[in-house]
Design a protein around this ligand. Structure first.
Ligand code: UN1
Length: 479
C-alpha cells in the first residue's frame, strides 16, 4: 500500500503489515490516508522501549524537556491552519473549531514547557530535632495514554505534555477514527528531540492495542478519556497491576436556566453547549433545565436558532455544525431520537439525517421538550446533537434535577441572581461549574475533571496534572 503513515516504536518509524483507511465524515469518498495498525508485538516492543528509556529520561534535566515542549508548541502554533484542517477533515468539527483546538494544543504544550521550569519540592523541619524533611516529586514511570476521537489534538496534548514535563516515557494509543492528528503530534515531538523510546505511537483497535497496554505490568500509569464501559475495563486491568489510573468518562451535563436569566445569554449557552462540535463533547449540555416563567420564550428562541444552524461540510467556511463522526455514531444519535419519541417527549426541532452534496454523516440538531429527568434520553449519554428541555417549577427543583444523575462532569446555570449563582456553585454535584457560560469549552491552564461517574482519579490539566504524573517522595536527613 502506498504511503502508509507508520507507528513510532523505540524511536523508529514502523509501517508493519496492516493499515487502516482514515475517512472524512463530511465526504466518505475522501480517504485522508492509511495508518499502520500496531500488533500486540508492536505494543510490547513500544513498552519495552519506553521502560528502557525511563531511567535516563527521568534524569534528562528540565532544560531539555522545556525545549522539546516549547519547540512542539511553536510548530503546532505555526501549523495551526494545516493541522486544524486535518482535524476537521478527519473528525468533522468545523474548520474554526479545528483551528481553535489546534491553538489550544499549542497553548497546552507551552503551559507545560513553563511548568518544567517551575518544578519544586518542599523542605520542612522534622518534628525530631536535627532532622530535615524534603518532599519531592518523581516521575511515575511509563504512562499509557488512550484518547478518544472527539478532541484529536487537544486531549492527546493535555495527556502527553504533562507526561513529558514530569519526565515519563509515553506509549500513546489514539482513537482509531482520528489517526492523522495523533501522527502529526508524535511526528512533531519526535523531531523536537524526544529521545528514542520516550514517545511511542501505537495506532489500532482498543481490543488489541489498548488491551495489550493494559495487560502489561511495565505500564505504571494509564490515563484514559472515553466511555464509561471502557473506563471500567481500564480500572479493572489497572487494579490487577496496582498501577495508577485516571479516567475521564461521560457526562449528562445540565444547563439550568432561571426566570431571571438574560434570554440571549441563556439561548447562546444552550445552543453552543448542546450542539457545537456536533454535540460530541463530554461537556455538552444535554439537559436544559428551565423554570416555568421563561420556558416558552426560551424554547421558541432555541428552536428558531436551531433552524438557522448551517449543517454541512466541516471544511466549508459557512458551516456551523459539521457531520457526526461516523455511521455508527449517527445511527446511535438517530436511535436516541426515536427512543425519546417513544418515551413521549415532543421533538421540537431537527432529529433527522440530512442529505448534502457529498456523502457524509449529517444530522439536524434535535431538541426535545416535555421531557422528564428519568427518560433514557436524560439519563444516558447520547454523544451527539441531541438535547432535551426539562421544565421545572423553581430554582430548588432545578438544582435537584441538575444533580439527579449518575454523571457529574460540568454543570451550568444562567441567572442574574448572585444568590442563586452562589448557591449553585456550592451545591452542584459536578467537577466543573459554569455561571452564564456554556457547560463546554474550558480553559487550558486549570484543572479539568468531574465528580461521580464522570471521572476517577486525579485531575487533568494545569498544575493539578502533577498529581497523576508523579509519585511523591519524602526524604528524612539527620545531619
Ligand atoms: C471542552 O469542553 O472544552 O471529551 C473540553 C471531552 C472532554 C473535553 C471537553 N474531555 O469532550
Amino acid at each position: 500500500m502506498a504511503d502508509v503513515k507508520p507507528n513510532l516504536i523505540g524511536g523508529q518509524w514502523q509501517a508493519g503489515e496492516h493499515a487502516s483507511a482514515n475517512i472524512n465524515p463530511s465526504d466518505t469518498d475522501d480517504v485522508i490516508g492509511h495508518y499502520a495498525t500496531a500488533t500486540t508485538d508492536d505494543v510490547e516492543a513500544a513498552i519495552a522501549a519506553a521502560s528502557a528509556a525511563a531511567h535516563d529520561w527521568a534524569r534528562s534535566g528540565i532544560q531539555v524537556r522545556h525545549d522539546i515542549l516549547r519547540t512542539a508548541s511553536d510548530e503546532i502554533m505555526a501549523r495551526r491552519e494545516d493541522i486544524g484542517r486535518l482535524l476537521s477533515r478527519e473528525e468533522g468539527k468545523t474548520l474554526a473549531e479545528g483551528i481553535g483546538e489546534t491553538v489550544r494544543a499549542a497553548q497546552i504544550f507551552n503551559f507545560f514547557a513553563g511548568e518544567t521550569l517551575r518544578l519544586a519540592g518542599e523542605k520542612l523541619p522534622s518534628v525530631r530535632a536535627g532532622v530535615d524533611v524534603e518532599i519531592t516529586r518523581e516521575p511515575v514511570g511509563v504512562v499509557g495514554i488512550i484518547t478518544p476521537w472527539n478532541f484529536p489534538v487537544a486531549i492527546p496534548a493535555w495527556k502527553i505534555a504533562p507526561a513529558i514535563c514530569y519526565a515519563n516515557p509515553v506509549v500513546f494509543k489514539p482513537a482509531e477514527l482520528v489517526p492523522g492528528c495523533a501522527w502529526a503530534i508524535v511526528d512533531i515531538l519526535h523531531r523536537a528531540g524526544m529521545p528514542a523510546g520516550t514517545i511511542n505511537l501505537v495506532n489500532g483497535p482498543g481490543s488489541v492495542v489498548g488491551q495489550a497496554m493494559l495487560d502489561d505490568a511495565r505500564v505504571k500509569a494509564v490515563t484514559f478519556t472515553g466511555s464509561q464501559a471502557t473506563g471500567e475495563r481500564v480500572a479493572q486491568a489497572s487494579v490487577r497491576h496496582m498501577r495508577k489510573f485516571q479516567l475521564e468518562m461521560g457526562g449528562k451535563n445540565p444547563l439550568v436556566v432561571l426566570d431571571d436569566a438574560d434570554l440571549d445569554v441563556a439561548v447562546d449557552c444552550a445552543v453552543q453547549g448542546a450542539f457545537f462540535s456536533t454535540g460530541q463533547r463530554c461537556t455538552a449540555s444535554s439537559r436544559l433545565v428551565v423554570t416555568e416563567g421563561i420556558h416558552s420564550r426560551f424554547v421558541e428562541a432555541c428552536v428558531s436558532k436551531i433552524r438557522e444552524l448551517n449543517v454541512g461540510d466541516a471544511l466549508d467556511s459557512r458551516t456551523q455544525i459539521g457531520p457526526v463522526v461516523d455511521e455508527v455514531q449517527l445511527q446511535q444519535d438517530l436511535d436516541y431520537v426515536e427512543i425519546g419519541r417513544r418515551e413521549g417527549a415532543t421533538l421540537r426541532a431537527g432529529g433527522e439525517r440530512l442529505a448534502r452534496e457529498k456523502n457524509g454523516y449529517y444530522m439536524q440538531p434535535a431538541l426535545f421538550t416535555d421531557t422528564h429527568n428519568d427518560m433514557r434520553i436524560n439519563t444516558e449519554e447520547v454523544f451527539g446533537p441531541v438535547a432535551s428541555v426539562i421544565r421545572v417549577r423553581d430554582y430548588e427543583e432545578a438544582l435537584h434535577v441538575a444533580n439527579d444523575t449518575t454523571f457529574g462532569l460540568s454543570s451550568g446555570i444562567c441567572t442574574q441572581s448572585l444568590k442563586h449563582a452562589t448557591h449553585f456553585k456550592r451545591n452542584a454535584q459536578a467537577g466543573m461549574v459554569m455561571v452564564n457560560l456554556p457547560t463546554a469549552g474550558v480553559d487550558y491552564h486549570v484543572p479539568f475533571g468531574g465528580a461521580k461517574g464522570s471521572s476517577y482519579g486525579p485531575r487533568e490539566q494545569g498544575r493539578y496534572a502533577a498529581e497523576f504524573h508523579t509519585t511523591v517522595k519524602t526524604a528524612y536527613t539527620s545531619a
